[in-house]
Ligand binder design. Structure first.
Ligand SMILES: [Zn+2]
Length: 281
């Protein structure tokens, strides 16, 4: 059955990567991928729910290393967003951390793949209607190109205004290829947003690539040219997907895709010029 991914984890070397669900989203496939028709989706009925909608996982990651407890993205947070055929609901992230016997103050780094509401709004939690930042001990990191897009007054701050205000005095800007800790390197995967980043996580000759929103559905591993309606620069997004597919097809590489349904973890094979995603249950 098609569902949002549950809490699940993988281990590479000394690093444990846990997917922490925040909620889920539903989309009409032809709205999310506007260049496609319903006929294009006939071979992919297994990726649609009984109502013909795509199911997206919405969540964050906890990366536990011998020296660090890192959160990647922060989900949408409590609330719903409903617009046209889109339905999104968040709010499970902090209760999920609690179930792992962790509190927000245990997190020492929060890294954002990008600053869309379903990845950053969750850091702004309201107490008595006042936005507060629950991750009191964390450093907050994002790639410079992502933060700088808000220097343009025309850039939409819808649903991220509170989060950006809270982050402003705390944010630290990192660059492409910078290591946020010795085992994690920032990769530039622009297109979805101007400063969208992925993370290359390496330990004991194994590696995982946390892809953020480079891919929104497993259909894009077979059709990297299918661009989604949230990609700010569709051509650049396609190039980033093609580049990541080459990286993912290398040996001992696990892929992690935030919005993939059922499971966010898997790996990619290349057979006769065709890339395929193999999901880990
Ligand atoms: Zn997203």
């Amino acid at each position: 059955m098609l569902t949002a991914a549950p809490q699940q984890h993988i281990t590479i070397g000394t690093i444990r990567i846990t997917y922490l669900p925040d909620g889920y989203a539903l989309f009409s496939p032809t709205d999310l991928f506007p260049a496609t028709t319903l006929a294009d989706w006939h071979p992919y009925q297994h990726l649609l729910n009984p109502d013909g909608q795509l199911v997206s996982s919405v969540g964050a990651y906890l990366i536990q290393t011998p020296n660090h407890t890192i959160l990647v993205d922060a989900g949408y947070g409590p609330g719903q967003y409903i617009e046209g055929s889109i339905f999104l609901q968040g709010g499970e992230l902090l209760p999920g951390l609690k179930k792992m016997d962790l509190t927000p103050s245990d997190i020492d780094i929060v890294f954002f793949t990008h600053l869309h509401s379903d990845h950053v709004r969750g850091i702004s939690q309201k107490i008595n209607d006042k936005p507060i930042l629950p991750f009191s001990n964390a450093r907050f990191l994002v790639r410079r190109a992502e933060w700088q897009r808000f220097a343009n007054p025309a850039e939409s701050r819808f649903d991220v205004e509170d989060a950006l205000k809270l982050l402003e005095p705390r944010i630290e800007l990192v660059e492409e290829n910078e290591f946020i800790i010795p085992e994690i390197r920032v990769l530039a995967t622009p297109g979805h947003t101007a400063g969208h980043s992925s993370l290359l996580i390496s330990s004991s000759n194994q590696r995982a690539i946390l892809l953020g929103d480079t891919f929104h559905s497993i259909v894009q591993f077979e059709h990297p040219t299918w661009t989604n309606s949230f990609d700010h620069d569709p051509e650049l997004a396609k190039k980033s997907r093609q580049h990541m597919l080459q990286e993912l097809a290398k040996p001992a590489t696990i892929g992690i895709g935030t919005h993939l349904a059922n499971s966010v973890f898997g790996h990619v094979t290349l057979t006769q010029d065709k890339y395929q995603w193999h999901m880990y249950q």
